[in-house]
Design a binder for this molecule. Structure first.
Ligand SMILES: CC(C)(COP(=O)(O)OP(=O)(O)OC[C@H]1O[C@@H](n2cnc3c(N)ncnc32)[C@H](O)[C@@H]1OP(=O)(O)O)[C@@H](O)C(=O)NCCC(=O)NCCS
Length: 374
């Protein structure tokens, strides 16, 4: 056996596994490249945030226009990709379809070198492809042909247009844009770390994004927004919700959309998004759902002193916007792909293979027993 490895933190909790200039997450703040998430949420479009994450600075008006033009130029999916979206069985989870779609799109990417500018070109391609893939799959499932993108719409608006075949309302576009800004980046979370591990072997950008999508799918990570809505949808009243949650917590069951590996005093993004739960519930005349939302939140706090994370309000906000629940986590991908690509580039330009050690807990060294003697 090789030398012992003494420092072990299950789940890498509290371990500093790398350096990054992209995002700072701590109890008091969440910064993208030094800008506070509250300011970005109030003032910035998703496209500005994506540019900021990828390039390190907020864009000028000209830079932003060019960036949007580049994304718009990459929105259309190759015909062969649409054929595959049509061939995948109906019941396949949307995250699996998206993982396959991004992987397939990688084969159509002509950029071969792994330099910074080539990686940026591929980042724009994947940023543009994700909403097109989700929208196209929704249309295919509906027996329709994918819509061509409509140049000039925002990233959020474009998705709504391509998915549902109508112009977005101002509210839909604004709220979807907000969630994209909030989801765009979050330091060394599990999917970003998976992308960095993949990148560190010098695999390509699309491989790293595929690794990240697979990692985000799980309900302990990105899948929590969909799981949180199905929890809320279980109940017809706050009293019913309180009873169920009390019992679940007594049985040590995890409540989806609550808790966070880093935040102990609450998730900044959940605080920003929560007012929209009440506003949209009133507009949709579904106040009872908002009451269930608050009842679950109050019960988890009373029993365990655990705050909701961003996925808790987001599930309900997406429901109020009329989005089908199996695209909630894909919409998270649509945002986080900006952060992933920024990390892939950062890892690539200052690379060291990520290869930690494990502590061995298996059988001690023993003599091999030939098959006939076992
Ligand atoms: C995100 C998450 C995986 C972080 O977990 P972690 O850092 O490993 O924290 P732990 O699982 O060790 O939890 C610590 C304690 O809080 C409890 N806890 C954490 N999240 C909880 C939740 N969502 N519901 C109920 N209890 C929870 C644990 O049961 C544990 O309690 P104990 O000390 O009495 O055993 C976890 O909070 C979770 O599973 N949340 C639900 C899924 C989710 O919303 N994910 C999205 C994250 S952005």
């Amino acid at each position: 056996m090789s030398e012992s490895v003494d420092t072990y933190h299950p789940g890498l909790e509290g371990v500093i596994a790398g350096e990054t200039a992209i995002c700072c997450v701590d109890q008091g703040r969440l910064l993208y490249r030094g800008y506070d998430i509250a300011d970005l949420a109030r003032h910035a479009s998703f496209e500005e945030c994506a540019f900021l994450l990828l390039h390190g600075e907020l864009p000028t008006t000209e830079q932003l226009a060019l960036f949007k033009q580049q994304i718009d130029g990459e929105r259309e999916l190759p015909g062969a990709v649409v054929d595959v979206l049509r061939a995948i069985p109906r019941q396949a989870p949307m995250m699996d379809v998206l993982r396959t779609g991004v992987s397939l799109c990688g084969n159509f990417s002509s950029a071969k070198s792994q330099g910074r500018s080539s990686l940026l070109t591929r980042a724009v391609r994947v940023l543009a492809a994700v909403p097109s893939l989700i929208a196209a799959r929704l249309r295919v499932l509906d027996g329709k042909w994918p819509l061509e993108p409509k140049p000039g719409l925002s990233h959020a608006g474009q998705f709504i247009y391509m998915a549902f075949g109508r112009e977005p309302t101002e509210l839909e576009e604004r709220v979807l844009n907000l969630t994209l800004v909030l989801y765009a980046e979050h330091e060394f979370n599990a999917s970003t770390f998976a992308a960095r591990v993949c990148t560190s072997t010098l695999s390509g950008l699309h491989s790293s994004v595929v690794a990240a999508i697979g990692t985000l799918k799980g309900p302990l990570h990105g899948g929590a927004n969909e799981a949180a809505l199905s929890l809320i949808e279980k109940f017809q009243s706050s009293a019913e919700a309180r009873r169920w949650v009390e019992e679940a917590l007594a049985h040590k069951q995890k409540i989806m959309g609550f808790g966070h590996r880093v935040y102990r005093n609450g998730d900044h993004r959940a605080f920003i998004l929560e007012p929209y739960v009440d506003e949209l519930a009133r507009m949709r005349n579904e106040q009872w759902r908002a009451e269930v939302y608050h009842a679950i939140k109050e019960t988890v706090w009373a029993k365990k002193q655990i705050h909701p994370n961003v996925d808790y309000p987001c599930g309900l906000v997406y429901h109020f916007l009329g989005f089908p629940s199996d695209i909630f986590t894909p919409l998270f991908v649509m945002a986080r792909v900006a952060g992933w690509c920024a990390h892939i580039i950062e890892q690539h330009v200052n690379n060291r293979l990520i290869r930690p050690r494990s502590r061995y807990t298996g059988a001690p060294a023993r003599a091999f027993v030939p098959l006939t003697e076992r």
